[in-house]
Write a protein that binds this ligand. Structure first.
Ligand code: GAL
Length: 443
């Protein structure tokens, strides 16, 4: 395998997110986000970790961009922290926050790196959460105003935008399970959050299209290949219900297909939050869809699981190799998931905007020889090639992630980076996987 087989236009990149790397939690006028609040509440994050400093990317971004350049990575995905730019989520803007992303973007361009910003990677301004956050329909207007500010400020230099990161995860973990910020639970929070995230995603696309007509505009979704635990009919229909929830709930309304609630009647609860005309407002013709996948899920029927009657068969109970996230090591799963999304004729182009794995790396005499991660990435990339060779419209691959960072509720334990970070000294060590990726994609 070599990168030439993917064609000269294939986009190779690396992905990051503001809250996980920046630190600078209150620097230069930044307001708190829901993650600043949540991660400083006792018991929410493993071992009391927080991201007040994280990888200190806020201060040492130039060093990390030098690393991106030295690894020959031509495309850098990062996110813009809403509360840095608008501390309360609303106008007025904080000029110093705006200036910061100007420097990050210019820092990329000076190094020959293409900047790929994501507008929303989970860090809602806390002041907006106090008004109801994603459960308040006004969030569509708040998000639209934030998008407009970013488009006007950075649009002259940005060729590729991503509106949102994984709405299923921030609504599901944040507003249904309470495991992520803001820590709310129940369908009464989940359903409105889903609908307002869908409307905001589409609206964000429209604002960008109007203000940046030349740019390529996309948005990203979490997805996992789902398999039934057995070939029995009840396991297969349970797997189908989980598939709807994990893989179809957000993409289908965006593509103009509406919510998949005919096959999963539980989702009819979303209708309560819909107003006349919403069906049209829910869709947008994105130039690309970013898919982000890490493992597969095995599902079996369960009478005890309310609403869904399906449950995950944990990888720990399946006698399979595990990552530090306790996810099955299954890079092959990227192939069927590309096929699944490729089958939607409405999707014009697919980029893999995140894929990677966490393992307990060891620093030995200044080196991190992470052969498991290296093998995971190599197999994943082979599977992408297989799908591409079969005619799938997959045109890019971004590794999650550049440096080890703050992995949400898991704190700093899982290490996903191509580059190792010592969180006491902020020292970086390029891992074997990073060297391999650099060598693979070098011009
Ligand atoms: C994604 C998320 C990233 C990162 C990754 C690894 O769901 O977008 O922020 O944490 O998973 O868990």
């Amino acid at each position: 395998m070599n990168k030439e087989l993917f064609g000269a236009d294939f986009k190779w990149g690396v992905s990051t997110a503001a809250f996980q790397i920046e630190g600078g939690c209150d620097a230069e006028g930044k307001g708190p986000s829901i993650w600043d609040i949540f991660s400083n509440i006792k018991g929410k994050i493993k071992d009391g970790h927080h991201a007040n400093t994280a990888c200190d990317f806020y201060n040492i971004y130039e060093r990390d961009l030098d690393l991106v350049q030295s690894l020959h990575i031509p495309n850098f995905r990062f996110s813009i922290a809403w509360s840095r730019i608008m501390p309360t989520g609303l106008k007025p803007v904080n000029q110093k926050g705006l200036d910061y992303y100007d420097r990050v973007i210019d820092g990329c361009l000076e190094r020959g790196i293409e900047p790929w910003p994501t507008l929303y990677h989970w860090d809602l301004p806390h002041a907006l959460e106090l008004k109801g956050g994603w459960t308040n329909r006004d969030v569509v207007n708040w998000f639209s105003d934030f998008t407009e500010v970013c488009a006007k400020q950075y649009g002259d230099r940005i060729k590729h935008w991503m509106v949102m990161n994984e709405p299923m995860v921030f609504t599901g973990a944040g507003y249904f399970l309470g495991l992520h910020a803001p820590g709310r639970t129940g369908l009464k929070n989940f359903f409105p959050a889903i609908h307002h995230a869908v409307l905001s995603m589409a609206e964000g696309g429209r604002v960008l299209r109007k203000l940046c007509p030349q740019a390529e505009i996309g948005t990203t979704f979490s997805c996992s290949h789902v398999e039934p635990y057995s070939q029995r009919a009840w396991d297969k229909s349970a797997a189908n219900r989980a598939d709807i929830l994990f893989n179809r709930l957000f993409i289908e309304p965006i593509l103009g297909l509406g919510y998949p609630d005919k096959e999963l009647s539980l989702l009819k609860g979303i209708r309560k939050y819909m107003l006349p005309g919403d069906e049209d407002k829910m869709s947008f013709d994105f130039d690309f869809i970013g898919i982000q996948t890490y493992t597969r899920e095995v599902i079996r029927f369960s009478l005890l699981t309310p609403y869904l009657h399906a449950k995950l068969v944990k990888a720990e109970n399946r006698d399979v190799p595990l990552t530090s996230m306790k996810w099955e090591v299954y890079p092959e799963g990227i192939y069927p998931i590309i096929k699944k999304y490729d089958a939607y004729p409405q999707i014009k182009k697919i980029y893999i905007t995140e894929n990677g794995s966490a393992f307990p790396d060891a620093v030995v005499q200044g080196h991190v020889d992470d052969q498991e991660r290296l093998a995971y990435l190599e197999t994943s990339i082979e599977q992408v090639l297989k799908a591409k060779n079969e005619g799938c419209k997959v045109e890019g691959y971004f590794v999650w992630t550049l440096t080890d960072n703050f992995e949400w509720a898991e704190g700093y334990h899982p290490r996903f980076g191509l580059v190792h970070v010592d969180f006491d000294t902020q020292e970086r060590i390029i891992k074997s996987s990073g060297k391999w990726y650099a060598d693979f994609i070098k011009p």
